[in-house]
Design a protein around this ligand. Sequence first.
Ligand SMILES: [Fe+2]
Length: 244
Amino acid sequence: MIEIIHISDTHLKSDARHPHNIRLERALAHIAGKHPKALLVASGDICDNGRRDEFLQAYKLFSKLDNPKLIVKGNHDKDIKGIWPARVLRRFCKKTGIRCPLGSWPWMNKPFCMQSEGGKLLLIGLDSNDDRFGAEGKIGKRQLKWLARNLKRPAQHRIVALHHHPWERDFLCKLKDAEQFLQTVSSANLDMLFFGHRHKPGLWRDRYGIKIISAAGALYDETNYRLFRIHNDGRIDFELEKYR
Ligand SMILES: [Fe+2]
């Protein structure tokens, strides 16, 4: 059995005592205590304004958790000038000698693919941000090709995470190449698709050929997170885990 936890949109602030930061701290402490082996998926907007101090807060909080992590970028993880402060954090890591705990994020402005659970689980994190526009998303032709290629890797279970809602049509919020993205994933025998962005939780079964699609709400607004279990026979169930 494989356990997967989905959180999103933590919108961390520079101040460690800000309620958003405290909420994540509590959630991560709960996960560490109850589900120390679960894969943690965080589907973007980790920071609120892409500020360096916010990234450092994220870094400190996530580094306390030993669980495997799949973290992708959201549109709030860049600053007002559209700059991703990855270089700043890379320097911080080098200086302190601390291993980056954030998986794919925010070190590479490119998608991320890895296999875990002895090759059984294929994890793909996408960068769905359209750098030219505020909250709009775009996967882009190059990344879609990359995605199609990597989804063919042999694995028992396939999981994809991105920040943007793949079929939302709201002005300035939509994923512009949603149709192409859904076409790509719908033929890939995907087990789970995770996203955030709209701060509205949702759960869909058997859509676009995907067993489970999960949209997480904003963590700072909630006192629970979703825990999924992929059973050995391929069945997936989930429950809400409450924490204080
Ligand atoms: Fe958000």
